[in-house]
Design a protein around this ligand. Structure first.
Ligand code: ADP
Ligand code: ZN
Ligand code: MG
Length: 492
């Protein structure tokens, strides 16, 4: 018997609004001293009243649209009651039966993973377990959270990981959250059950908590598939829901407790907040603010610029990087038109764009990104501005510098900034492809290596490579290898 996995995710994303969800406290509490960004409202003092953060609402609409959901014209907040030290009020303001967004989906690879709902709520305080004691930091209490729940529609651990990574990118592209899992800005519980392949029934699920990275989500699900497969094979498949925790060190899930039911929380409508009414105008306004999604950008990078899927993936994996690449490309046209090529600006661009764009992708992916990470700088802060990078690409395109010198030029640009043409002059790195200059060196090399020349004449093609190498060395890498090869063949 073969079994298939049924996976659903529950995700919490912290919104980086200026103030908290229901009070005006600074929402950057995690960078502040413990218990300093708090007030009577977010610590649940009697007699205080919450007020809805409108920025959080607008961002929830934005994400609802980005995830193709239906924004509810009418929704409300509810109290979710439970007793725990991270919750000073004794309840969390959340949404129960009328969530802010219904349905939706997220494209992962070539599948659309269906969403159940998205709702708004407030974060709880942070508990710090230390030296046998537990400390409470209320700074995080009241931070706006978006809870996103998927349908049990995910097929395997890798798809779950891909889903989360794409979700993170969407949050970042829309600028609503850093969605950094390691920092807890994006948190995820993963639900999984197995069923005999082809069956449509759902079986009791296991909820996995304590997942702190994309990798651990994937690993924990893989572990559960193995564990549950064994249970099925032994005729002991899970008969009731259960919550298990992922042990990062032992790489296994461990039993935590039976799963709580909705009724345990005694949900009831929040009497201190009005219902949320969203009109069409507000939704339309959010549509106008919706930035291009990573998925759309990837497709556009492929269709418009001729990038491969792999290149498009890398270049869109960071919003700033994708901006940078596009700015470089838009500057290329300007540089091209300074070269005195024949035709109108458009004709010149059409003729050369494919190769130029390819060079941009290559140099960014294979060189610039390495330099940036080696020097530990952010792409948005580098000294090489897009205009200079575009000039650099055009110089490489025209063979003004050898690829070896080009690497040196790029490094210099990263350190000092400035135009590559200046750096090339300053460092004397112009490529020697001028025949007059090269002829002397080529003739000398032929004279000094008679044996190699004989070998070449006998048909040993790597003999030519040997001679090219000698000349490259002599010119300190500045000669154009194609020009040398041509001259060598002529002279020999
Ligand atoms: P609960 O009442 O335990 O909160 P929900 O129906 O709200 O359960 O679902 C919570 C999450 O668990 C959702 O992401 C959903 O897709 C997923 N889920 C529900 N049933 C199953 C199942 N049988 N197997 C795997 N995941 C499931
Ligand atoms: Zn407060
Ligand atoms: Mg639920």
């Amino acid at each position: 018997m073969k079994y298939e996995a049924v996976i659903g995710l529950e995700i919490h994303v912290q919104l980086r609004t200026k103030s908290k969800m229901f009070c005006s406290c600074d929402n950057t509490g995690e960078d502040q001293a413990p218990n300093t960004t708090i007030c009577p409202i977010c610590t649940g003092q009697p007699g205080t009243l919450p007020v809805i953060n409108q920025q959080a609402v607008d961002w929830a609409i934005l994400i609802g649209l980005a995830l193709n959901g239906e924004i509810a014209k009418f929704s409300k907040f509810d109290r979710k009651n439970y007793f725990y030290p991270d919750l000073p009020k004794g309840y969390q303001i959340s949404q129960y039966d009328l969530p802010f967004v219904n349905g939706g989906y997220l494209e992962v690879g070539d599948r659309k993973v269906k969403l159940t709902r998205i709702h708004l709520e407030e974060d709880a305080a942070k508990l710090i377990h230390k030296d046998g004691a537990t400390l409470v930091d209320f700074n995080r209490g009241g931070t706006p959270l978006l809870e996103i729940v998927t349908e049990p529609d995910i097929k395997n651990p890798q798809e779950a990981k891909n889903f989360l990574q794409e979700l993170k990118l969407i949050m970042r592209y829309q600028g609503v959250s850093s969605a950094d899992m390691e920092k807890g800005h994006l948190r995820c519980d993963a639900n999984i059950s197995l069923r005999p392949e082809g069956e449509k029934t759902f079986y009791p699920k296991i909820e996995i908590k304590n997942l702190n990275s994309f990798k651990s989500v994937e690993k924990a699900l893989e572990y559960e598939i193995k564990r549950q497969t064994k249970l099925w094979e032994d005729g002991k498949s899970p008969k009731k829901q259960e919550t298990r925790g992922w042990d990062e060190v032992k790489e296994m899930t461990v039993e935590q407790r039976g799963k709580e039911e909705a009724s345990d929380y005694r949900y009831f409508p929040e009497p201190d907040l009005p219902p949320l009414k969203i009109d069409e105008k507000r939704i339309q306004k959010a549509k106008g603010n919706l930035r291009e999604l990573p998925q759309q950008k990837r497709k556009r990078f492929i269709n418009e610029y001729g990038f491969s899927l792999e290149e498009a993936k890398i270049l869109t994996d960071d919003r700033d990087l994708s901006y940078y690449a596009e700015q470089v490309i838009s500057e290329l046209g300007a540089w091209l038109s300074t070269l005195g090529l024949e035709g109108t600006k458009e004709e010149i661009w059409e003729k050369n764009k494919k190769k130029l764009n390819k060079l941009v992708a290559n140099w960014i992916i294979n060189r610039l990104l390495k330099l940036v990470s080696e020097n530990n700088i952010e792409i948005s802060k580098i000294k090489i501005n897009p205009e200079n990078f575009a000039e650099f690409i055009v110089l490489v395109y025209q063979n003004k510098i050898s690829s070896k010198s080009a690497q040196q030029v790029l490094e210099k640009m990263l350190i000092k900034g400035g135009a590559p043409s200046h750096i090339i002059k300053e460092e004397g790195l112009e490529q020697v492809s001028n025949e007059g200059e090269l002829t002397d060196i080529v003739e000398k090399t032929i004279k000094n290596n008679p044996q190699v020349v004989e070998d070449y004449k006998k048909g040993k093609s790597n003999a030519l490579q040997f001679l090219i190498g000698k000349i490259m060395k002599e010119t300190k890498g500045k000669a154009n290898p194609q020009a040398i090869a041509k001259l060598l063949k002529e002279k020999i």
